[in-house]
Write a protein that binds this ligand. Structure first.
Ligand SMILES: [Zn+2]
Ligand SMILES: [Zn+2]
Length: 150
């Protein structure tokens, strides 16, 4: 079982997975502004594998550039954003990888929206990068092997 939580400790979640999920980085403007940082580090998981096991979350919705609606879930106390779901990708939850207890372990497998990347960030040559978003099948192959079917 993989676990994580918010900064204040009020909310804890688990992922019904044996190994840490793979992570990617999104360098788009929305992720920069929304995270207050240079990029967002994200871990796609099946929504059914994610469970809030302690505390109360609040949620809010935002439109995305492709017309879908993204619903974000955050700690009700400290407002750390924990994950989001997207109407264009039913069944998938995008966990904020920095909230994992073992957040120091995964190395990003993919970078997207590098056309908006901050100029000081250097990405290793052997890590795939896309100037804008990556096609869904590129995501599925890297992040959801064997778990996309449901
Ligand atoms: Zn909190
Ligand atoms: Zn983004």
């Amino acid at each position: 079982m993989i676990a994580g939580g918010c900064r204040c400790g009020a909310v804890r979640y688990t992922l019904a997975m044996d190994d840490l999920p793979a992570v990617y980085c999104c360098h788009c403007r929305d992720c920069q502004t929304g995270s207050g940082s240079a990029f967002a580090e994200q871990a796609p998981v099946r929504e059914a594998a994610l469970a809030i096991v302690k505390g109360a979350v609040v949620d809010f919705t935002l439109p995305t550039s492709n017309g879908a609606i993204s619903r974000h879930f955050a700690c009700g106390t400290c407002h750390t954003r924990l994950y989001n779901v997207n109407s264009g990708r039913p069944g998938l939850a995008i966990v904020r990888a920095g909230t994992l207890d073992r957040s120091d372990e995964p190395s990003p497998r993919l970078h997207i929206w590098t056309s908006r990347k901050q100029p000081w960030i250097v990405i290793a040559d052997d890590v795939p990068q896309w100037p804008e978003s990556a096609p869904m099948d590129a995501f599925a192959a890297l992040f959801l092997p064997g778990q996309a079917a449901e």
